[in-house]
Design a protein around this ligand. Structure first.
Ligand code: NAD
Length: 393
């Protein structure tokens, strides 16, 4: 057995840990580009703390999933202000934008040269500017991944800029920052974390290190995802989901993902819709199609056994089979009002180009079953319909 596990330079987890950032940041640079989200209030304490330590702070707001244009705008600002440190404090959109800006700040050439699928996929030659990631959603786990996901509207696809050197120097994961998430964002982001745990656990690139992270993350998501949706003030459940998200990122960065993310890449470029919602609607369908394909083509596979293990963790039923895991995910999505993808604008006419782009997406490489064109079409077509309604628990 051989595996290779890479992660952020340092991870600090716990309620209130955001207070430690200014002191740590002051050892990494003098002028921070603080990448924040829509709400200025979420970064105001950080800015005050940095200035109290004699640092300069320039704010850059990222109010949507980052496009190439947004990254270049942030880069231009960071260069004009001579920033030598980048801090991303927000959801996955903000963290990814900060990650890409930090990488481009110290590297020559055009963004497109570094982008996978649509560009040159070049490696960055120089280490990025020091980068601190502070997630406020739970989440994407992007604080511990080596890629930044960027939308190209021209190519109608989301693609990654990727390098081991892009792993943040410091991660501060403070669950208190997620208390303000409203239920619909708690649902989409929490189901994204669940998707990542499931896909990394059944991935062809899974290893014992990522398996442990996925099992622990799945246990926490199973007991806290529905709780945190019903009661966002439940501190224990918020902590569980922050850990589930962190573990999902640690796992996906080292084990890859699967067909849900293979489809999410083009869908995110074609439609202006939250990533978590897209993943949530696809998750039970992809689980179902993968289980069916593996049962026929690879009945003794480890991945099929793992779908059974996922079902037992999610349902808490030691006798559950793989399909009961699919039912648990469907029930959870239905309870959280996850819409069909027709609601974001997907229709029958998009299916051929969607399937063609999904098949080429980098995440598809981790999917445990080699899906046929017909199976990919089936996934796309079923995502147009609402999650099947089931008897409430
Ligand atoms: P997001 O960052 O787009 O945020 C969603 C919404 O939540 C925004 O309106 C934001 O303002 C709001 N928000 C954030 N924190 C909040 C808080 N504490 N309280 C209230 N509102 C808050 O959503 P996301 O799901 O965190 O990130 C999605 C992005 O991350 C996508 O672009 C996706 O492709 C990317 N992603 C990247 C990786 C990676 O490894 N690089 C992994 C997964 C997802």
């Amino acid at each position: 057995m051989r595996f290779d596990f890479t992660t952020a330079g340092r991870i600090i987890f716990g309620p209130g840990t955001r207070e430690e950032v200014p002191a740590l940041a002051s050892r990494m640079g003098r002028h921070a580009l603080v990448v924040g989200g829509r709400s200025r209030g979420r970064t105001s304490g950080l800015i005050q703390g940095l200035r109290a330590r004699g640092m300069n702070a320039t704010i850059f707001a990222v109010d949507r999933e980052p496009t190439m244009e947004i990254i270049l705008e942030g880069l231009t600002l960071a260069r004009a202000e001579s920033c030598d440190l980048v801090i991303g404090m927000g959801g996955g959109s903000v963290i990814d934008a900060g990650k890409a800006i930090a990488a481009l700040l110290t590297n020559p050439g055009e963004l497109l040269e570094y982008l996978e699928v649509i560009g040159g996929s070049q490696s960055i030659p120089n280490p990025p500017a020091p980068y601190i990631a502070i997630p406020t959603t739970a989440g994407t786990g992007t604080e511990v991944t080596r890629n930044a996901v960027i939308i190209s509207r021209e190519h109608e696809v989301k693609v990654s800029m990727r390098s081991d050197m892009m792993l943040p120097r410091l991660v501060v994961a403070d669950p208190e920052l997620t208390y303000s998430l409203p239920p619909h964002i708690t649902a989409g982001t929490g189901l994204d974390a669940l998707t990542q745990l499931v896909e990394a656990f059944v991935s062809v690139k899974a290893n014992p290190f990522t398996d442990g992270l996925c099992r622990e993350g799945l246990v926490r998501a199973a007991r806290s995802l529905n709780t945190v949706y019903a009661d966002g003030g439940d501190k224990t459940a918020r902590e569980d989901m922050m850990l589930a998200s962190l573990f999902s990122g640690l796992a996906l960065a080292n084990a890859g993902l699967g067909a849900v993310h293979g489809f999410a890449a083009p869908l995110g470029g074609m439609f202006d819709a939250p990533h978590g919602i897209i993943c949530a609607r696809l998750l039970p369908i992809v689980m179902d199609v993968n289980i069916r394909a593996l049962s026929v083509r690879s009945p003794g596979s480890q991945a099929l056994a793992r779908y059974g293990e996922i079902a037992r963790i999610l349902t808490g039923n030691p006798g559950a089979d793989a399909r009961q895991g699919v039912a648990w995910v469907e029930e959870t999505c239905a309870a959280m009002h996850i819409p069909p993808l027709s609601a974001i604008g997907l229709s029958e006419e998009h299916i051929p180009s969607l399937v063609e782009k999904a098949a080429r997406a980098s995440s598809m490489k981790g999917n445990p079953a080699g899906l046929t064109g017909q199976e990919l079409e089936e996934i796309a077509r079923r995502s147009l319909t609402p999650v099947p309604a089931r008897v409430p628990r």
